[in-house]
Design a protein around this ligand. Structure first.
Ligand code: SF4
Length: 554
């Protein structure tokens, strides 16, 4: 493969390499790869694997795939090998990657802003049924994930997705991932500003652009002009949050450096106000700072949050302005705390045009291709051509006339997609877990779903907003640390001294009104079998001891 040096022409070149290898920051002249991942990216741009998939691998099959492509560059097109069935969580850390690899793939479809037409949704449903054994999970980053994908089918899958304006480009990998957007952008009556044009412009400039396809690690973006703060902006690498500037009017407050995983950090404000038409400039600047100054020595320190933590907001803003934007940004106000704890848009809500949007709750984001196609049918039958995915693993049908709302909610209900879910169905999320994920230690989706059933049966009167996030390992894809009850999958010792599936419990985390990380109480681990009893106990204790107006997260 060609040695296409990944350092773009626009990266600063005046700095010379120091005597020490440092953190592998390109801007400090450290261009020699310091680990295997950096070497793979330098050897060949991940974007280039698409051609090999279409011309070689799809014809010759799984066995023909080069190892660096299989476990590295495939991600640049949304493909991860999935976990070989039947391997227990205890083996996750001890087996070699090739022993965990199945010959099938997870494929992630990026849905920037969570915005889908019914045609796009139906196409996703059809691909799921034809090529993915019916699988289609809604993720908490507004994507859809298929499983059981064969490499042979990828050219046809891309042809169909791209035929309706969807893509898998940089859905995974060390790239600018899907751009989160308010699921009610452009329609909500209380919206401060519609961020959709900024999302489209960021996508146009950055996604699939080789200047940004070799970042130190993944880079997550969020844009929302909703006062509900509905894109988890506090835990994104860069976020633009709608604010009303007292003199300059509606625009965006800029946040950088948020992220969870095993070393969680909340994003920090730069104190800068950006108008809608300059969001893409600032985004490009921030992603360039990350590309050039981000740490590339250790994968565990390569996210932008570590750079921001070391520099602080003031230095970060100064470098961004002086070296990339070449202008100063205006100072601006912080967003106000949202008045509601739920940020998922579930339920029936009036739009600014007098129509309604209806948010509904699949179980822990799990749907299937047939159901997605039926949602498209139901939406169209009720006069809607648009749906949205949310950052809480929920979905929304837009543009429903007032007289059609009841019929739509009944039709959704018949698909087990309720717009009036219990607090448990509404507040429970789960990551992929051991069913398909190679990093998983425990089961998540099925357990989250049965937990909902158990809690609905045991606590039918409980109506306090509560979030329960079930994760299969410490990587926190379903946000362990910012849930009221965050569950981190691990093996625990049961009463008989056996190692069984269980969870480390984090209590009292939240985003939005009072963001903060849950407490990891030492020794607070429960087996999977004990989980319903444990959570019932916690919630009953809260009910008995709470004071007027107290929320679970307080
Ligand atoms: Fe996989 Fe762990 Fe992420 Fe769950 S949290 S999807 S188990 S990496």
């Amino acid at each position: 493969m060609a040695d296409t040096s990944q350092r773009p022409a626009s990266a600063p070149s005046r700095r010379k390499a120091g005597r020490h290898r440092g953190e592998g920051q390109w801007a400090k002249g450290h261009l020699t790869p310091l680990n295997g991942n950096e070497q793979t990216k330098k050897d060949d741009d991940g974007l280039n694997v698409r051609t090999r998939i279409e011309t070689i691998y799809a014809h010759r099959g799984f066995e023909s795939i080069d190892g660096a492509d299989l476990r590295g560059r495939m991600r640049w097109w949304g493909l991860y090998t999935q976990r070989r069935p039947g391997i227990s969580g205890g083996k996750t850390a001890v087996l070699e990657p090739e022993e965990l690899d199945d010959e099938y793939f997870m494929l992630r479809v990026r849905i920037d802003g969570g915005q889908l037409s019914t045609l796009q949704l139906r196409t996703i449903g059809e691909i799921s049924q034809e090529f993915a054994r019916g699988t289609a999970d809604i993720t908490d980053r507004q994507n859809v994930q298929f499983h059981w994908i064969r490499i042979e089918d990828m050219p046809e899958i891309w042809r169909r997705l791209e035929g309706v304006g969807l893509s898998t480009t940089e859905a995974c990998g060390d790239t600018p991932r899907v751009i989160l957007g308010s699921p009610v952008a452009g329609i909500a009556a209380d919206e401060i500003i519609d961020g959709t044009p900024a999302i489209e412009e960021i996508h146009r400039r950055v996604i699939g652009n080789p200047a940004y396809s070799n970042l130190p690690r993944k880079f997550k973006t969020a844009v929302s002009g909703s006062p509900l703060l509905d894109v988890a902006h506090e835990i994104n690498d860069v976020a633009f949050v709608g604010v009303e500037h007292p003199e300059l009017g509606p625009g965006f407050d800029v946040w950088v450096g948020g992220g969870l995983s095993t070393n969680p950090k909340l994003g920090v404000r730069l104190g800068a106000w950006v108008p809608l038409e300059e969001v893409a400039d600032v985004h490009e600047g921030v992603v360039s700072v990350f590309r050039d100054y981000g740490y590339r020595r250790l994968r565990t320190r390569a996210r932008i949050k570590f750079l921001v933590a070391d520099w602080g907001a003031e230095t970060f803003r100064q470098v961004l302005e002086d070296e990339y934007l070449l202008r100063k940004m205006a100072d601006g106000p912080a967003p106000e705390a949202p008045v509601e704890q739920w940020r998922d848009h579930v339920g029936v809500h009036e739009q600014r045009d007098g129509n309604y949007y209806v948010g509904f709750a699949p179980r822990v984001g799990r749907v299937d291709g047939g159901t997605l196609a039926k949602i498209a049918d139901v939406a169209e039958a009720h006069g809607s051509g648009r749906v949205r995915t949310t950052t809480e693993q929920k979905m929304i049908v837009l543009d429903v006339a007032p007289g059609r709302v009841e019929s739509l909610t009944e039709a959704l209900e018949s698909l087990d997609l309720t717009a009036r879910p219990s607090v448990f169905r509404r507040g429970t999320m789960a990551c992929t877990g051991i069913e398909f994920c190679k990093l998983a230690i425990v089961e998540t989706k099925a357990r989250g779903s049965s937990l909902i059933d158990e809690l609905e049966r045991r606590l039918p009167e409980f109506d306090e907003p509560v979030t329960i996030n079930v994760n299969g390992c410490p990587n926190s894809c379903a946000r362990i640390q910012v849930a009221d009850i965050g569950l981190k999958g691990q093996l625990v010792t049961d009463a008989d001294g056996e190692q069984v599936e269980g969870y480390q419990v984090h209590l009292g985390g939240s985003l939005g009104m009072e963001p903060g990380f849950g407490r990891k109480v030492r020794g607070l681990k429960v087996t999977a079998a004990e989980l319903p009893d444990y959570i019932e106990r916690v919630l009953r204790t809260f009910q008995e001891q709470r004071e007027d107006g107290e929320r679970f997260a307080q």
